[in-house]
Design a binder for this molecule. Structure first.
Ligand code: PMP
Length: 433
């Protein structure tokens, strides 16, 4: 109906009739009614600066993205078995950003579907089903994706790694198994250990999947050199390398368009999600010609909504906006500025143990003097920042990492505001939580 419903009525209804494992953000949940750029507005007209939403890539409700979606929706929306320019246009825009080896695209509707398809490709091409993945990695909500997501099966409600999943330790230079500098070889050896384990079982390696910065792991930057070495080991074992770019892709890294490019490698399969549709469900899988040919083994891959003209109009416009508004170089500039300011803040507040990340994908890790995680303090900071109108998220296996991954239009002024309030709240008395 047209009558506004109270928040408590909305909550009561959700509790009764919506999936029980769906959680709400914040102790007092917020109802957002408008979005624009890097800002959100709640039902009371309160404005929030959003540092959480890396889906609203070019800004919440970007006018051009909204326009092309509305216009295409009024014309025709069908599946991709009919001819339409939009799917080719989106493909061209994406291919312009990818290395020439990755020349074939499949369009799907979510990051989970993208990774699901990537693993199907691995199985079809290699004939193997054993997958190597990082500790605390997250790759999606489907059966197969959960099976390769240590974040889920090693967490609450999980039952540990399935037989065909092989987890190596989180390559965390700050609090991981190996710390500090020149540890890339050690972590690559851990990947090798998993390869040997698969061989010892008389099986072969299917694939290796990892994010270039491990998001759910707490914005963990892969040690320099690690990815190249790990890819080499996996390829020597005839496995395929998947880069999960669902969170980090489309220019967010600043210095590169894709996360794998930070590491000078070319994956066999790249999965793309969240930012591509700017909030509209759109995702993609890029792969080599050879993989695409082998995957097309006679069994058709059909996806009802994947690659429809409306989604493709939106995706192509998102990529054009990134170019037109120079959002990649903007992410580099503002990200570098913000990271430097946060590092300066860490000098005054020793509970900031580590500041890391690239472009507009940063993390602040809070620890005590023994480098133990400070989860309650991290939660306190996120909630206090909300009181000041700034939305921040927390993550990591110990819930002690503040994450910063805003819409890419996030400005230098926004960065200054963020640092100003962080500094103010850091000075509050909250260590005894
Ligand atoms: N991969 C990564 C790295 C993700 O962060 C997510 C979502 N958080 C997914 C895959 C799954 O994407 P979706 O929720 O769109 O299915």
């Amino acid at each position: 109906g047209s009558q506004a419903t109270s928040n408590s009525d909305i909550i009561d209804y959700r509790k009764q009739h919506l999936g029980k494992s769906l959680s709400l953000q914040y102790k007092v949940p917020i109802k957002m009614v408008r979005g624009a750029g890097q800002y959100l507005m709640d039902q009371y007209g309160r404005k929030y600066l959003d540092t959480v939403n890396n889906v609203a890539h070019v800004g919440h409700e970007h006018p051009e993205v909204v326009r092309v979606g509305q216009e295409q929706m009024a014309l025709i929306n069908t599946n991709s078995r009919y001819l339409h320019e939009n799917i080719n246009e989106l493909a061209k825009e994406l291919l312009e950003t990818l290395p020439p080896e990755l020349s074939v695209l499949h369009f799907v509707n979510s990051g989970s579907e993208a990774n699901e398809l990537a693993i199907r490709m691995v199985k079809a091409v290699t004939g193997e089903r054993d997958v190597i993945a990082s500790e605390v990695g997250y790759h999606g909500n489907s059966n197969m994706c959960i099976d390769i997501s240590s974040y889920k099966f090693d967490g609450k409600g999980g039952k540990g790694a399935p037989e065909h999943t092989h987890i190596f330790p989180l390559p965390d230079a700050f609090r991981g198994k190996y710390r500090g500098k020149n540890i890339d070889g050690h972590y690559a050896e851990e990947v090798k250990v998993q390869i040997d384990k698969i061989h010892a079982k008389g099986r072969g390696v299917g694939g290796f999947i990892i994010e270039p910065i491990i998001s759910c792991g707490g914005q963990i930057e892969l040690p320099e050199g690690f990815l190249a070495k790990a890819y080499q080991y996996v390829r020597e074992a005839d496995g395929l390398c998947i880069s999960d770019e669902v969170q980090v892709g489309c220019g967010r890294m600043g210095s590169t368009f894709w996360g794998f490019q930070l590491h000078g490698v070319v994956p066999d399969i790249v999965t793309i999600g969240k930012p591509l549709g700017n909030g509209h469900p759109l995702a993609a899988v890029a792969c080599t010609q050879e993989i695409a040919d082998k995957f097309a083994n006679g069994m058709e891959y059909f996806n009802t909504f994947g690659g429809n003209p409306v989604s493709c109009a939106i995706g192509a416009e998102v990529l054009r906006v990134v170019k037109r508004e120079k959002l990649q170089s903007h992410a580099l500039e503002v990200g570098n500025y913000l990271k430097k300011e946060l590092m300066a803040l860490a000098l005054n507040f020793p509970i900031i143990g580590d500041v890391r990340g690239q472009g507009l994908f940063l993390g602040i890790e809070l620890v005590n003097a023994r480098r133990e995680p400070l989860a309650a303090q991290t939660d306190y900071l996120a909630n206090r920042m909300k009181d000041h109108g700034i939305l921040m998220s927390t993550d990591g296996p110990d819930h002690n990492v503040l994450k910063i991954k805003p819409p890419m239009v996030f400005s230098q002024e926004n960065a200054e505001e963020l640092v100003f309030y962080l500094k103010k709240i850091m000075a509050e008395d909250f260590m005894k939580l």
